[in-house]
Design a protein around this ligand. Structure first.
Ligand code: G
Ligand code: G
Ligand code: MN
Ligand code: NA
Length: 254
């Protein structure tokens, strides 16, 4: 069977699963929610990460049904956690460039919110800068359609794209997620330090939330805190974990 065939089968037989990585308030390590990260459970115990299959799913168009499945899984899971009385915060789902450009994703997410009863204020969608490079005001219209659903929008891997920064003023964005390549060499590398500090200051000036990705050390966390970064995620606090582990470790009952 080809790789594409195997991925089709995996979708049909529900062999994907969603792991959750906590999003954390930098000042006091309070859990603000989680980023949903899809994994493929291949024959038994082997877990395959999205880096190995998302590109193929993009090429073959399978990314649309996969994205729909991830969104549904996260929204039903979130609805259940709210019903169980947990203080949830936001659940963030990644949208690939293909999904954003399809123009169908707003209708898809609307249906999922309706059918699962998950409150849109608890949902965040992450889009990349490259996913927003489109003709004319196309990107703005797509983002407004998503924003109209009442959910939160963040720019993922911020700083790695090639788009003009002018979009930050125009688009209805709530949060910048600083790419981990800028965080990795903090606090030793001078230019990393300056770039991270500049992104944080810019976000503050624009009235946007800002989260640092890939925080692995206490020294990184301390630096980011001193510069006014509000939130972080990374191995320092926790790796992405399966849903049941996420509830047990990170969701306080009301
Ligand atoms: O979990 P990991 O760090 O291996 O993720 C690698 C990449 O896969 C990241 O860029 C992440 O944004 C992307 N990714 C993870 N889950 C999803 C998903 O559900 N949909 C899309 N489109 N991308 C995802
Ligand atoms: O592109 P995106 O930001 O969606 O990718 C998230 C990916 O980053 C996930 O696959 C996750 O496993 C990975 N990740 C999360 N925290 C850390 C970290 O502290 N260090 C490293 N190296 N990777 C991380
Ligand atoms: Mn992401
Ligand atoms: Na990222």
């Amino acid at each position: 069977l080809s790789l594409e065939g195997r991925l089709r089968r995996a979708l049909k037989h529900e062999q994907f699963e969603v792991h959750y990585q906590p999003l954390v308030n930098l000042a006091d390590n309070r859990v603000l929610g989680a980023e949903a990260l899809v994994r493929l459970r291949a024959n038994g115990e082997t877990v395959v990460g999205p880096g190995d299959f998302i590109p193929i799913m993009e090429e073959t168009g399978l990314i649309m049904p996969l994205g729909d499945w991830v969104q549904r899984t996260v929204c039903s899971q979130g609805r259940q956690w709210l019903d169980d009385g947990h203080l949830l915060g936001v659940l963030a789902v990644n949208l690939s460039a293909t999904e954003v450009r399809s123009g169908r994703v707003a209708a898809q997410v609307r249906r999922t919110l309706d059918e699962t009863g998950f409150p849109p204020s608890h949902l965040e969608l992450e889009v990349t800068e490259s996913g927003l490079i489109m003709r004319g005001d196309e990107a703005e219209r797509l983002l407004l359609a998503l924003k109209d659903l009442g959910l939160n929008l963040s720019i993922d891997d911020f700083g790695t794209g090639y788009s003009s920064l002018a979009y930050l003023k125009r688009f209805p964005i709530d949060k910048l997620k600083i790419d981990r390549s800028f965080i990795k060499d903090i606090p030793d590398d001078r230019s990393s330090v300056q770039l991270a500090a500049t992104i944080i200051a810019m976000a503050q000036n624009l009235g946007l939330h800002v989260l640092a990705e890939g925080v692995e050390s206490e020294a990184q966390r301390a630096f980011l805190g001193a510069r006014g970064c509000g939130a972080y995620q990374g191995f320092l606090f926790s790796r992405p974990v399966p849903a049941d582990e996420f509830v047990l470790r990170f969701l306080a009952p009301l």
